[in-house]
Design a protein around this ligand. Structure first.
Ligand code: ASP
Ligand code: MG
Length: 425
């Protein structure tokens, strides 16, 4: 008998009808002879609504209470889903993250899983139940406080449980048919990918693709858990994310040269103006940012003007960390020694990802030509072995994504990119 972990996102369980539809799918998997563990997100936009509510009560809610509040969303969906399954004549039990043995560090709002001890889940399924686990939450090892894993964290819960229970596969059910060559909300002609390697998926996730979370893919790669991303609204096969290509019929799916185009409008750019061009300057800027617990993305240093001996350093970071970064740099202005700070949150990032970049000359040139033909101006550039990213004006992003998608021959002949649900909020 196989063990499958299935994860259902908020748009799949947005209302009572959705919960009943998902319950039927889960029961099917059980009837097919599997042990089934389900991880569920909060219904629809519940998490956003809880955040709005918290902000009305307090502009800076304490992390501990904020997490306590947000985890309520998943408690609602897990209990309702268990009820719906029982109504179909099957046994189901729901568990909070803490009860399921999801142990985390104590960084509220973005806790990391440090251990999973799923004894109660194992007992529950061995006794013939379908186990339903609240996603996106755990309990801190030291203080025993309830924590959350950061937005979209249910995917990580699912993969972590799949690893701890030695599951055959982790199925992530969402509101699109799989991983596409671009966001189907932006590119109507995006194509569904049959198989993608962990490495390419990691780059796409890091570059703003929202279908899977970076941390979830990282976890899956570390424990070599194949992920099957598919829709809970259609019966179609989705996208396999794994280390080795899947077999399809008698042929193996080939690795694509270009896996896809990702975009991200959640970042801002800070320019530190008038920095002395001498050793230690970049170190003290980024030490200041690191001490504020802020993750940065791209970094660019301008050539210094010979006359002044001063240079500018720009970097990108999540918009949500903008205020904190500016405050931290201002507080350390005399220590670092700079003239002024510029903050720009009207930027967007477009990234082209593909393992084939390593061996195919001309990818970079074709990428820049596509952007130039679309009249898009480039502000920053960064690359990895299998990715090229540029920063542009936020207004140009959608146009740029479509232009690059077409230029690399990724457009499909049919409009197969269906978005079944979700408000995209
Ligand atoms: N409900 C949480 C969120 O919206 C976690 C998740 O859906 O994965 O971020
Ligand atoms: Mg999600």
């Amino acid at each position: 008998m196989g063990l499958v972990v299935q994860k259902y996102g908020g748009s799949s369980v947005a209302d009572a009808e959705g919960i009943k539809r998902v319950a039927k799918r889960i029961v099917e998997a059980k009837k097919n002879g599997n042990q089934v563990v389900v991880v569920v997100s909060a219904m629809g936009d519940t998490t956003d609504e809880l955040i709005d509510l918290a902000e009305q009560v307090s502009p800076m809610p304490a992390g501990r209470e904020f997490d306590m509040l947000l985890t309520a969303g998943e408690r609602i969906s897990m209990a309702l889903l268990a009820m719906a399954i029982k109504n179909l004549g099957h046994e189901a039990q729901s568990f909070t993250g803490s009860q399921a043995g999801v142990i985390t560090d104590s960084v509220h709002n973005k806790a990391r899983i440090i251990d999973v001890t799923p004894g109660r889940i194992r007992d529950s399924i061995d006794n013939g139940n379908i186990a339903i686990v609240a996603g996106f939450q755990g309990v801190s090892a030291d203080k025993k406080d309830i924590t959350t894993l950061g937005r979209g964290g249910s995917d990580t819960t699912a993969v972590a449980l799949a690893a701890a229970l030695d599951a055959e596969v982790c199925e992530i059910y969402t509101d699109v048919d799989g991983v596409f060559t671009a966001d189907p909300r932006v590119v109507k002609k995006a194509r569904k990918i049959d198989w993608i390697a962990f490495e390419d998926m990691l780059e796409l996730a890091a570059s703003g693709s929202k279908v899977l979370l970076h941390r979830c893919v990282e976890y899956a790669r570390r424990y070599n858990i194949p992920i099957h991303v598919r829709s809970s609204f259609s019966g179609l096969k989705g996208t396999w994310v794994s280390s080795e290509p899947i077999e399809q019929g008698d042929k193996k799916v080939e690795q694509a040269i270009i896996s896809g185009v990702a975009h991200d409008t959640s970042e801002a750019k800070i320019t530190v103006v008038g920095v002395p061009d001498k050793p230690g300057e970049a170190a003290s800027i980024f030490r200041t940012i690191a001490d504020a617990q802020i993750n940065i993305d791209m970094v660019v240093q301008n050539v210094s003007a010979a006359a002044t001996g001063l240079t500018d350093i720009s970097f990108t970071l999540p918009k949500t960390e903008g205020r904190k970064a500016i405050d931290a740099l201002e507080a350390n202005r005399s220590g670092i020694g700079f003239d002024s700070l510029r903050y720009d949150d009207q930027i967007g990032k477009i990234s082209l990802v593909g393992a084939g970049m390593k061996t195919n000359p001309g990818v970079t040139a074709a990428f820049f030509e596509a952007l130039s033909d679309a009249g898009v101006n480039i502000e920053l550039i960064s690359t990895s072995e299998i990715r090229i990213s540029v920063v542009t004006r936020a207004d140009d992003v959608n146009e740029a994504v479509r232009a690059v998608h077409t230029a690399f021959g990724l457009d499909s002949d049919s409009d197969e990119a269906v978005v079944y649900g979700g408000t995209g909020r």
